[in-house]
Write a protein that binds this ligand. Structure first.
Ligand SMILES: Cc1ncc(COP(=O)(O)O)c(C=O)c1O
Length: 418
């Protein structure tokens, strides 16, 4: 991996044919330090958000020692870079073979579950080990999030007390509760509300928790999605924890994925063809742009051209490189109206659930990796603007064109009068 001052230097030097993940380890380190300084508990990185070597290396270098893993390959990845790491296997449904290997080969002691069957499976697959830390994933309400993760996992709250009691009896070590308020949670109070629900379930079960794990869900910045300050999320978690009926020794954990890595990486893509307002790119839905397709997130974009570009912006849609027609990203992505074949685009805020999602469909999906020294397009950590403007003017619907600044002269006066 080489270091370039900014993406344009890379384009000037070698016009990359393949998609490039532009990585900013220093930005990730700032995010990791921020979480460790402001969260009054243990911060576990949710490896699934970006399982790249540079991410684990950087987090380890920034002092982060705990990781939420969901599979044996994620365990192996973390241990390659951080052999002493604390690993928590937080996937609520695991294969017997994975549990056995995690416990016997990799020394994992912390496992999540959300039903009696998984509890029995964990006990059986570890030879009825008594030194397990068992964490019950609760199905709390998740209405404040852009992506709800409810439905698939989490014991329904009316069944939680029975499972909590059975889990408490199954281990001589730690028993905990966890939940996930949903990814890109836009409402800080969702954590406090979920903790109140967890507390009620514990009281009804008549057990104390040794661990309260508030999961992930901490947000990043995308066009049209400007979350409250992360400090508000920390306050909500800490208030929620103070209000819970727990021991003095109860540990508080969180598992951020998106908020840690989203702004630390962007993508550099090439325009292979332009057809009207459609740009055909060298990466798409089957590559790193899963969310842009399936959740229609309009990620921020910049033209990276060695030369002048039009100052008029126009909305574009993107297509990816595969032959599948769902390889389409509606956007709108606002770019100079003269964008053309051969141009490069930087797609910002792509560090979380970007390269992590890539497949090899149609022979595409390989991404190169280069380091850049400039800042992200937006930052929750004071490293860039706190928002990403979404171009909108009174008449852009009609004209589908927007200018950077108010037009001067008669046109400007006419618009101001309206
Ligand atoms: C168990 C668990 N923890 C943490 C995360 C990370 O969530 P986020 O990226 O929203 O912080 C996820 C995401 O799916 C998850 O399933």
């Amino acid at each position: 991996m080489r270091t370039y001052h900014k993406p344009l230097d890379l384009v000037r030097e070698r016009s990359p044919e393949r998609p490039v993940a532009l990585v900013r380890p220093d930005i990730l380190a700032v995010a990791a330090h921020w979480f460790q300084a402001h969260f009054k508990g243990d911060v576990l990185y949710a490896v699934k958000a970006n399982p790249s070597d540079w991410v684990i290396e950087t987090l380890h270098g920034a002092g982060l020692r705990s990781y939420d893993v969901a599979s044996i390959p994620e365990i192996e990845l973390v241990l390659r870079h951080a052999p002493q790491a604390k690993l928590a296997f937080m996937h609520p449904v695991k294969s017997r073979a994975a549990i056995t290997r995690a416990y016997f080969d990799y020394g994992v002691r912390t496992f999540a579950l959300d039903c009696q069957e998984e509890l029995a499976k964990i006990l059986d697959a570890t030879g009825n080990a008594r030194d397990l830390n068992l964490i019950v994933r609760l199905g709390v309400q998740t209405d404040g999030a852009a992506y709800s993760l409810s439905g698939k996992f989490g014991v329904p709250m009316d069944q939680a007390p029975e499972l909590l009691l059975a889990t408490r009896r199954a281990t001589e070590e730690l028993m905990g509760v966890s939940f996930h308020v949903g990814s890109q949670c836009m409402r800080p109070t969702a954590y406090q509300a979920a903790m109140a629900q967890a507390s009620r379930a514990l009281v009804r079960a008549g057990v104390f928790a040794d661990i309260v794990d508030v999961g992930g869900g901490f947000p990043s910045i995308y066009p049209g999605m400007i979350p409250p300050d992360l400090a508000d999320y920390m306050n909500s978690v800490h208030r929620g924890f103070d209000e819970m009926k727990v021991h003095e020794t109860t540990e508080l954990w969180c598992e951020p994925g998106r908020a840690l890595v989203a702004e630390a990486s962007s993508l550099l893509l090439k325009v292979e063809l332009r057809k009207g307002d459609a740009l055909y790119l060298n990466d798409g839905s089957y590559g790193s742009m899963f969310d842009a397709t399936h959740f229609k997130w309009p990620f921020p974009v910049k033209l990276v051209r060695d030369g002048v570009a039009s100052s008029e912006l126009k909305p574009f849609r993107f297509y990816g490189p595969t032959c599948d027609s769902i390889d389409a990203m509606p956007g709108p992505y606002w770019l100079p109206e003269d964008v053309r074949e051969g141009d490069y685009l930087e797609i910002g805020q792509m560090g979380a659930y970007g390269v992590a999602m890539a497949t090899r469909f149609n022979g595409y999906g390989d991404t190169e990796l280069e380091r850049v020294g400039d800042g992200p397009m937006a930052s929750m950590f004071g490293l860039a603007p706190r928002s990403i403007p979404v171009p909108r003017t009174e008449d852009d619907e009609a004209r589908k064109i927007v200018r950077f600044s108010r037009p001067k002269g008669a046109a400007g006066k006419k618009r101001r009068k309206k």
